[in-house]
Structure formats: C-alpha cells, structure tokens
Design a protein around this ligand. Structure first.
Ligand SMILES: Nc1nc2c(ncn2[C@@H]2O[C@H](COP(=O)(O)OP(=O)(O)OP(=O)(O)O)[C@@H](O)[C@H]2O)c(=O)[nH]1
Length: 359
C-alpha cells in the first residue's frame, strides 16, 4: 500500500491497521539497522549483529506478507520477533544500559499487531519473563544485572504503560465495534422502506442490478415482477391516508409470505412494489405472480366494520429476454400498463418472442 495522507484519512479500519503495521515495520527496520550498524562500529559486534538480525526478520516477514497477503502469519511473526527482541534487550541491557528504554514500546506494538485479547496473553507472558530476568539471580541467559532501584522503577513504569495501552486498546476496539454497528444500521436504513419494512427503491434496485450481473455471469435467469395496487386512490379518498398506509403494510406482508428466502420484495414507490426472483425462469415467476395476485384478492382490510378488498395488477419479465436494467424495467412497465388496461387484477407477461403465458 502506498503511503499518503489521503490513504490514512480515507481508509477503513482494516486498511488502516495494515497501513499502521506496515509503517511500524519500516520504522523498526530503519531503527534496528541504524543502531545495529552503529553498534558494529563501536565494537559491540554481538549486539550489532543481533539488532541487524531482528531487523532482517521484520523485513522478511513484511516481504512474505507482500507476496502472500497473509496478514495473520505476518502479524504473528512480528509479535514473536518483538517479543524475542524485548527479552534480548532486557537480558543483555542493550548498549550502555539503554535496552530498557526500548522495552516500553512493547505493549503498544503488541496491541497494535494482535488486538486486546491476544495482546493481553503476550503481556502476561512478557511480565513472567521480565520477573525471571530481573529477579532470578545468576540466570545463565541473563548477562546484565540491574540495581534494585532500576528494577522496581522499571516494573512500576512498565505496569503503568501496559495498563494505559490496554485501556486505550479497549477503547479503540469499543469505538470500532460501535462504528461498525452504526454503519450497519445506517446502511440498513438507506435501503429500507420505513412504512412497509421492505427494501426501498434504492435497495431493490441494487438487488436487481446485482442479480442481472449475476445472471449474465452465470447464465442464470432472474425474473422481476412489478405490482401496482388497483384503484388505490379510492381507498385513500374514501377511508383516509392511514387506512391507505395500513393497506400497503398488509400487502407487504402478503408479498413477504409468498416469497422464498432467496427472493426480494421492495417498495418501488407509492402503491407499486417490485419482486425479484433470482434463479427463476419467467414461467415459474409468472405462476408465483398469479399466486400473489390471488392471495391479495382473497385478503381484506377491516376498517370500522367495513371490509376493504384489494387487488393488484402486475407486469413481469426476465433477464432471459432483457439482460440490461433499463430494457428490463421498460418492458415490465409496458406489461404492467397493459395489465391495467386489460381490466386490472391480472398479471401480464412481457417476454417478446416467447410463448404467451397469460391465459
Ligand atoms: N396512503 C398512502 N397513499 C399513497 C402512498 N404513496 C402513494 N399513495 C397514493 O396512491 C395513489 C395512487 O393513485 P393512482 O396513481 O391514481 O393509482 P390508482 O388509484 O391505484 O389507480 P390504478 O393504478 O390506475 O388502478 C395516490 O392517491 C397517492 O397519493 C403512501 O405511502 N401512503
């Protein structure tokens, strides 16, 4: 990923995490190389080669990630490298006793790489290692001894930084989870019709677009039905807008109950609805449209002891005959208009060149 300020401010959480890890890797490689080479020149060969070795392991991990894209292995390897580097710096004291200073970066790095839960596990492990290194006398792997004062101050300050890093990571994860939830809610609002709970025009259009693309790619057939309520204006005028709204809700329930889990229903606008049937030949779709029509004709809405009957007229076509969005919708509109003109409460297919389906 190329570095740019735009990339930092306009990327998702996941992309940002990749960017941050990558930046930390480059910084780690640069710092370890500089201090490694400096140590070689000042006579601390072992220390110098050790730092260059850690720098190389980070570079290899980054190269592996670039080649394979495996984030998990890359971050696990980085965590292991930084954990070993921490232990090495603490055990040897680093050059001129400066090793301890770099240990303070560990909690922040570890939470950045592996998140809160795994980060905490690593921190507990590193605390145990630190206690062994600092307090077990004459440990064979420990080449540096610290004064009592340094030990207790290091443990205290390290505890403070770990706690702060942990709380920051907790807040960061909470904020991310909250943001993801808010985004999901907003996305759902953006495609949902408030009155009926079905997809709105934007939502159902997205589904039609997606299913048309899929049908072209896979050679499958998607059937689309547009249903318009008959004489709906009369219901509004006679019984009021609220009753009209109740009728629309009742219709939405009938549509939902008639469809398979893989089908979609949406409010196309006003008293018009769209039904999208993926992987469905138009002949089957026609049968479903007729079943829906009969179901609507059989149900009724009750208002102050009055039984209000509803009916719908529908147009139908499929990707088999029109595989472009505009053409498909235009054809279905023509057939819906024809269903209205032919007396309403009927389904009119619009599949030029195919045998007529309507009786
Ligand atoms: N209650 C209610 N009415 C709506 C809503 N959206 C659109 N309408 C009404 O739906 C009616 C549609 O009327 P028309 O387009 O004349 O159609 P129609 O009366 O159903 O006649 P045909 O379609 O020709 O059978 C209008 O009165 C709109 O005000 C809504 O959300 N709620």
């Amino acid at each position: 990923m190329k570095f740019s300020w735009d990339a930092i401010f306009n990327t998702s959480y996941d992309q940002n995490s990749v960017l941050v890890t990558e930046t930390l890797c480059y910084l780690g490689i640069i710092f370890l190389s500089i201090f490694g080479i400096k140590s070689l020149y000042t006579g601390s060969e072992v220390y110098g080669f050790a730092l260059l070795g850690f720098g190389l392991s980070i570079a290899l991990s980054l190269a592996y990630y670039k080649a394979s894209g495996s984030d998990l292995i890359h971050k696990s390897f980085l965590t292991l490298s930084f954990t070993l580097l921490y232990i090495y710096l603490l055990a040897t004291g680093g050059q001129e006793n400066t090793g301890l200073l770099w240990c303070y970066a560990y909690p922040l790095l570890i939470f950045t790489f592996v998140g809160l839960k795994r980060g905490l596990a690593y921190l507990i492990f590193i605390v145990i290692c630190s206690i062994i290194i600092l307090y077990v006398p004459d440990h064979p792997l420990v080449t540096h001894s610290y004064s009592d004062n340094t030990r207790s101050r290091f443990v205290g300050s390290m505890f403070f930084i770990s706690l702060m890093s942990c709380l920051l990571e907790l807040e960061r994860e909470r904020a991310n989870a909250g943001m993801a939830k808010a985004n999901a809610t907003l996305e759902a609002y953006a495609v949902t019709d408030e009155l009926t709970g079905l997809y709105n025009r934007r939502g159902i259009n997205k589904k039609i677009d997606y299913e048309l693309q899929r049908s072209r790619r896979e050679g499958s057939e998607v059937t689309v039905i547009l249903c318009d309520v008959d004489f709906f204006k009369q219901i509004n005028d006679q019984y009021g807008h609220d009753v009209g709204d109740a009728a629309l809700k009742l219709l939405a329930t009938q549509f939902k109950n008639s469809l398979r889990a893989t089908d979609y229903a949406g409010r196309w606008g006003g008293e018009e609805f769209a039904l999208v049937l993926p992987n469905t030949p138009v002949q089957e779709g026609f049968m479903l449209a007729e079943r829906v029509r009969e179901r609507v004709a059989a149900c009724s809405l009750h208002h102050q002891d009055i039984e209000i009957r509803l009916s719908i007229s529908s147009g139908i076509s499929s990707s088999r005959y029109f595989d472009q969005y505009d053409e498909l919708i235009k054809a279905i509109d023509v057939s819906l208009y024809s269903a209205k003109k032919s007396g309403r409460n009927r389904t009119e297919p619009q599949i030029f060149g195919a045998p007529q389906l309507a009786g």
